[in-house]
Design a protein around this ligand. Structure first.
Ligand SMILES: *Cc1c(COP(=O)(O)O)cnc(C)c1O
Length: 382
């Protein structure tokens, strides 16, 4: 059996929606994009949704409208995707990495305050794998220290922290619609906020700083004239991508329930195994189950994580590792971060493997993954 790490859940609905847009005569940002933004706001119960051509672009302009500047410091977990950190460097600001908790792989909120300086401006919590970060603690620190919170919610559509949906808690929350994420638009991102001024400025900046969206410019009500209010970026999405996003958003909870079922099966299968540590989510929160990262009890094994991944691959099971801690990358060696300062990340990184978890996975595929993980563990006991 061959099981990919991920397979997008694309049906005739998506194909029809995209081809209809192609036939409509308007393919770049326009009506479909507005519709996607409106549906997104409605789903999350937020005031403003601003779409982008990537989640990274959304994160960049979120920090921009909060006036992050050269020399500022922005905190983020050390175990996240490169994008969370790179957007901070766009401003010549400094990413300050925080160690993660061994069980949840979430930013260890007890380690934030010791790293706050008079240059700290913002915190970027990442809801790793879909599990919401400890937001009560983050909100408390941000309030006391007067910091902004920009959520990297690339994994967490939909996730809930103490019954509040992620997207409704922080100053600005950024989602991603990259091909492997919980819903996809091919590529794309969305920044959501209750603040109208920030939303308006993100809308301007995502399209060169033009005072009017292109579709307004060329509609009957518009004209050829526009102003450039502030030099901006080319970060808009297209109606083709948005048409895809609209159809995917309609299925967001259906796909989530399918992943949740797979996660429950994995949890059940691995909780009785003394070598595989299942992924645990705290009971005051609900995960989107974007990822399912197991950890290996290396102490009980004669092989390491990489070898375990090779064994799975030989049996046709593709997996991944989320994530290589940021301080390990050569581009961050000059940031004063070293391996010994991140015992949580190092411990987790040595042990994690993300198993396939995608909506269309069949019971046979799920069972095949479970059987082989347990078999490899059993055959390689120390
Ligand atoms: C995917 C991802 C992003 C970036 O999203 P893009 O849409 O690919 O730009 C940011 N942060 C995390 C944690 C991600 O997994």
């Amino acid at each position: 059996m061959q099981i990919p790490f991920h397979k997008s859940y694309i049906t005739e609905d998506e194909i029809t929606a995209v081809t209809d847009t192609l036939r409509s005569g308007w393919i770049t940002m326009g009506k479909k994009t507005r519709e996607f933004e409106n549906s997104f706001s409605e789903y999350l119960g937020v005031k403003n949704s601003v779409s982008f051509n990537s989640g990274t672009a959304a994160l960049h302009l979120a920090l921009k409208v909060l006036n992050i500047k050269e020399g500022d410091e922005v905190m983020l977990p050390a175990m996240t995707f490169a994008a969370t950190s790179e957007v901070i460097t766009y401003f010549n600001a400094k990413p300050v990495f925080i160690d993660v908790d061994k069980n949840t792989h979430l930013m260890d909120v007890n380690k934030i305050e010791e790293k706050i300086t008079n240059k700290t401006r913002a915190i970027i919590p990442v809801h790793y794998a879909g599990q919401p970060c400890d937001m009560e603690e983050v909100l408390d620190i941000a309030k006391r220290k007067d910091l902004f919170i920009v959520d990297d919610a690339a994994h967490s559509l939909p996730s809930w922290y103490k019954k509040k949906i992620i997207g409704s808690i922080s100053h600005i929350t950024c989602f991603s619609f990259y091909a492997t994420k919980t819903i996809t638009a091919g590529e794309g991102g969305m920044a959501v906020t209750q603040n109208d001024d920030w939303a308006e400025r993100m809308r301007l900046l995502r399209l060169h700083g033009l005072s009017k969206d292109a579709w307004k410019r060329y509609s009957d009500r518009g004209n050829w004239e526009y102003d450039v209010v502030e030099p901006g970026y080319k970060y808009n999405t297209t109606d083709m991508n948005s048409a895809l996003g609209i159809e995917q958003l309609k299925k967001v909870e259906d796909m989530w329930k399918k992943r949740e079922k797979i996660a429950a099966k994995y949890n059940d299968a691995f909780k009785i195994n003394d070598i595989i540590i299942p992924y645990s989510v705290k009971n005051d929160r609900v995960s989107s189950w974007h990822l399912y990262p197991i950890k290996l009890m290396l102490e009980a094994l004669s092989i390491d994580r990489n070898h375990f991944i090779d064994e799975l691959q030989q049996r046709g099971i593709s997996t991944s590792v989320h994530f290589i801690p940021l301080y390990r990358f050569s581009c961050y060696r000059n940031v004063d971060n070293s391996i010994d300062k991140f015992p949580g990340c190092e411990w987790v990184f040595d042990r994690i493997i993300s198993l396939p978890i995608f909506p269309a996975m069949t019971d046979d595929e799920i069972n095949y993954v479970i059987e082989n993980v347990i078999d490899i563990a059993g055959k390689n006991k120390r």
